[in-house]
Design a protein around this ligand. Structure first.
Ligand SMILES: Nc1ncnc2c1ncn2[C@@H]1O[C@H](COP(=O)(O)OP(=O)(O)OP(=O)(O)O)[C@@H](O)[C@H]1O
Ligand SMILES: [Mg+2]
Length: 368
């Protein structure tokens, strides 16, 4: 656990960057720091590994005051990932990852072998190992940054906007991969982000800071959305908080999933079964949904790939109600497509059924 006990930072020019911060980052969990620019997120994070010294208060790691540790020992226990990866430009990727263990005395062969393994873990195969940072895309560099921070197998990880320098698609991919990795490694992580959706998606708990380094609220993502402590937090989690909150409500057995007749590419449109509205769901030979076909429009021809409308999304059977609603809203037929863990069709669900489930869930949340 990382513990902040009444920690403040006043810079020499008198700027109060952090003011009386008391906060716990629990072991094995991911704690997010979020708040407006200049509210003291980076300062708070850098005080943990003493890149910045607190003016007052105590920061401890698993009960040990960081001031009682020497900085080398301290930093050996804390991996650090910064924005834009911050790689050494004149070293190869594998040497970037192996640099810290080498510095701490790990023999070269061993350090490189470990580095190769870590690169594999963050999704980079050996062909990247001997390249230089400038020969990698932004997203690949971010992965190297994560591998490098993990190289000494530290129990603690600090990440300052680690995914911010990449486009939204790569970003979502890195977030998913990182969540998977964290499920395996279970590090105690403090991560700074500007992005509320990233905070809600990744955080076990989210700490919202306000100007002047004051903690406004710390809570789980679902709690933060349902019970913002004040107008500042409510505003910060955004006007879409009702919709975002649905991401934390799981669809249970009470959501009525209907059987849906299906068609396949090659079927004769004239004899195919079709819903009352003329839309039919196309599946492949494994019963995995491909999209919707408007049969009335085909004039009795055979169904081809190009007849399939792929605009609809699919939702997992026991997934969240936001994905369910999104599936219904994005579907040209108005019916949301529900699949099992393997992506195989379970059935469809109407927007009305989802809204009814949302009402029930809402009453349960309000009652709790
Ligand atoms: N070395 C310094 N000397 C004086 N003031 C500083 C120094 N470093 C940061 N500050 C100030 O301290 C406050 C907090 O800065 P910090 O970098 O922690 O903010 P942040 O929340 O990380 O912001 P951002 O979201 O823009 O990265 C800001 O007002 C900043 O201008
Ligand atoms: Mg910052």
């Amino acid at each position: 656990m990382i513990n902040f006990d009444n920690v403040s930072k006043v810079y020499p020019d008198g700027t109060v960057a952090v003011d009386g911060l008391t906060l716990q980052a629990p072991t094995g969990k991911l704690t997010i720091l979020i708040g407006p620019s200049g509210c003291g997120k980076t300062t708070s994070m850098r005080m943990i590994n003493r890149l910045i010294e607190p003016s007052s208060g105590v920061i401890s790691l698993d009960g040990t005051d960081t001031q009682s540790l020497n900085r080398v020992d301290l930093r050996r226990r804390i991996g650090y990932v910064i924005q834009n990866a911050g790689l050494f430009p004149h070293r190869t990727i594998v040497d970037n990852v192996a640099a810290m263990p080498r510095l701490l005395g790990t023999p070269k062969r061993e350090a490189r072998a470990n580095a190769m393994e870590l690169l594999e873990r963050v999704g980079l195969n050996e062909k990247f190992a001997n390249r230089y940072p400038w020969q990698l895309s932004g997203g690949q560099q971010q992965r190297v940054g994560v591998a490098r921070a993990l190289a000494t197998d530290p129990p603690f990880l600090l990440m300052d906007e680690p995914f911010s320098a990449v486009d939204p698609i790569v970003r979502a991919q890195l977030q998913e991969e990182f969540l998977r990795l964290q499920r395996e490694i279970g590090k105690t992580i403090v991560m700074v982000t500007h992005d509320i959706d990233e905070a809600l998606k990744l955080g076990d708990q989210v700490a919202v800071l306000r100007e002047g380094g004051h903690l406004a609220q710390v809570a789980s993502p679902a709690h933060l959305l349902a019970h913002p402590a004040d107008a500042f937090v409510a505003d910060f989690v955004g006007t879409a908080r009702g919709y975002r909150a649905l991401g934390f409500v799981t669809a249970d057995g009470t959501l009525g999933v209907d059987r849906e007749p299906t068609v396949r590419v090659g079927d004769d449109a004239a004899t195919a079964t079709v819903g009352a509205d003329g839309w039919a769901l196309a599946v492949d030979e494994s019963n995995i949904p491909q999209g919707w076909v408007q049969l009335g429009r085909l004039n009795g021809a055979q169904i081809t790939e190009s007849d399939i409308n792929i605009s609809g999304t699919v939702a997992k059977e026991f997934g969240n109600l936001r994905d369910m609603l999104n599936s219904a809203l994005s579907s040209p037929s108005g019916r949301g497509v529900v699949v099992d863990e393997r992506g195989v069709l379970v059935g469809t669900v109407s927007a009305e059924a989802i809204v009814a489930a949302i009402r029930t869930a809402k009453q349960e949340v309000l009652a709790s």
